[in-house]
Ligand binder design. Sequence first.
Ligand SMILES: NC(=O)c1ccc[n+]([C@@H]2O[C@H](COP(=O)([O-])OP(=O)(O)OC[C@H]3O[C@@H](n4cnc5c(N)ncnc54)[C@H](OP(=O)(O)O)[C@@H]3O)[C@@H](O)[C@H]2O)c1
Length: 276
Amino acid sequence: MKLGFIGFGEVAQTLSNGLIDHGLKVLTCTDGRSHKSAESAKSTGVYLCSTYSELAKSCDILLSAVIPAEAVNVAKNVGKNFNGIYVDLNNVSPATINEASTYIAEGYTVDAAIMGSIKNGLKTPIIASGPRAEIFAELKNYGMNIEVIGSQLGQASGLKMLRSAYTKGVSALLFESFYAAFQMGLDEILWRYLSQTEGSNFKDSSVSRLKSSTLHSHRRAQEMEEVSKFLSKYEDPLVTRATSEFFHHLHDKLGYISEKPTDYRDVFRKFKKNSF
Ligand SMILES: NC(=O)c1ccc[n+]([C@@H]2O[C@H](COP(=O)([O-])OP(=O)(O)OC[C@H]3O[C@@H](n4cnc5c(N)ncnc54)[C@H](OP(=O)(O)O)[C@@H]3O)[C@@H](O)[C@H]2O)c1
């Protein structure tokens, strides 16, 4: 089996490292890409094709790991002449996956979603759906952690969005409750009482969520807008809309933050100072 990457950023580099170690032939093309991507492909030791059409001709499976805004363009460029499996690994909505699939031979697109940070290497869970998702899942033989969750496009990307709606909604609620508790001088006692029902690890995982919420507030606000559009197909997503509004508000008050704060109370202090 030969595997090709379109896009050679963090995802492609991390997966390639592991897959090459497991004996898989991995290819890419960096024509027109940045020096960083070209160097990273070279240093990883993947086979470099000189054109994207050579890459498509040489692979059984092509993985698109670009940036979400380029997902449809990449599929358009691959086109219907590619006769292997086309896997879209980008963080995009079910609607975008379906749009991208119209440019690929019918039935050959796989919807795939990375469920966590790729920093965990090949062990990072990836869910997949689509009529040929099982073929993509054969990469488990080379160490990847893939679960096929259904046979339709949109199921994997949709599930990822549902997970985001839940986790970001909880993060927003955590901020709101603990910001009030902090101002009342009761945050330690609230941690203690909530830990009785939510589990002993509750404080550590929640503090980590509070900190990463501030670091990524802008991105999360935009992500929740996308999730809200997706959920509108099934319900009126009141909570997700409010979550998006919350993260916009957080970003307005705190601005861009370059490093994870060490103490969540510092974040509350800054938030309070900028609220008046
Ligand atoms: N990193 C993670 O942990 C993670 C987790 C979940 C999902 N994802 C998703 O996985 C995808 C890849 O993520 P990443 O972290 O690897 O991104 P990244 O580090 O920003 O790399 C993106 C790569 O795509 C290339 N690229 C951009 N537009 C392209 C185009 N039109 N044609 C070909 N190549 C193009 C970039 O080239 P240049 O260098 O020239 O810009 C770069 O090599 C994204 O959609 C992301 O949302 C990532």
